[in-house]
Design a protein around this ligand. Structure first.
Ligand code: BTN
Length: 258
């Protein structure tokens, strides 16, 4: 059960989670956050939590099935628009990986670019939405993790669902997990504003993406197969194909073969 006092007792942040909005039910915490921003009432670090969502959103217009027992949160931040603005999803991914390890003792993997995976099954995901004005981006980073719910299905044909309770065999303290995600998120967000190198390095450690095969379409419309060489400091995939190095700017037409 979510409890604001217990979350606050475990927060070590200076900004993230200083204001917490806990809702029994909403359409989507990301939509709640966007409404808060559009009404000019949002503050940096606002944390929106819902016990259930009726219209949880995932990537590629997938539905995020959100029964009670799961973690559904959105964090509001503001950052300067720069060439590595899109790395905020990486920041959230490594924060979740650290927090899950700290509170549940479980090692997860991150998959390009927003999936939280345990042994090939989907444990959670991240959906970042941003509103940009002038050179500033107001970011809503939505995180969904299957925590204490069992026998879940996903709307995602790629994966079966997993939950932390099923993996660990015991109930997870969702308040501690929420606080740790905020603690780790703030730490990595601060680092990300100084340099993106460390964020990419850490993300690579959790993802094992190097050397995987990838099918992609070049800007000229050529269909190619290659090998993932690296991720650059802006968060773009660097792929070797036909003895050339390609930078993948949009991953819409790419398929990484895990
Ligand atoms: C994905 O893997 O496709 C991303 C899933 C993101 C789900 C979370 S749950 C909290 C926040 N609110 C939403 O509507 N979506 C995100």
């Amino acid at each position: 059960m979510f409890n604001i006092d217990e979350i606050k007792e475990n927060l070590k942040t200076s900004q993230i989670g200083k204001r917490i909005f806990l809702l029994d039910n909403t359409d989507s915490t990301n939509l709640e956050a966007l409404r808060l921003i559009n009404s000019s009432k949002a503050k940096f670090g606002d944390l929106i939590i819902a016990k259930t969502q009726t219209a949880g959103k995932g990537q590629q217009n997938n539905i995020w099935i959100s029964p009670e027992g799961g973690l559904y949160i959105s964090i509001i931040t503001v950052s300067k628009i720069c060439e590595f603005s899109n790395l905020i999803t990486f920041v959230a991914g490594i924060a979740c990986a650290d927090a899950i390890k700290l509170t549940a003792g479980i090692n997860i993997n991150l998959k390009w670019v927003n999936d939280i995976i345990y042994k090939g099954n989907k444990l959670g995901g991240i959906l970042t939405q941003s509103i940009t004005r002038a050179n500033l981006s107001t970011n809503v980073t939505g995180i969904g993790i299957n925590v204490n719910s069992k026998n879940l299905n996903t709307d995602n044909t790629k994966y079966n669902a997993a939950s932390l309770i099923e993996i660990s065999g015991s109930k997870i303290n969702i308040n501690l997990l929420t606080a740790e995600i905020c603690n780790c998120f703030e730490k990595y967000f601060e680092l990300y504003q100084l340099t993106s190198n460390e964020i990419v390095k850490k993300w690579l450690e959790y993802s094992n993406i190097k050397d995987l095969k990838i099918n992609f379409i070049t800007q000229e419309g050529l269909k190619l197969s290659g090998i993932v060489e690296n991720i650059d400091t802006s968060g773009h995939l660097l792929v070797k194909a036909d003895n050339k190095l390609y930078k993948i700017i949009s991953t819409q037409n790419t398929e990484i073969l895990y």
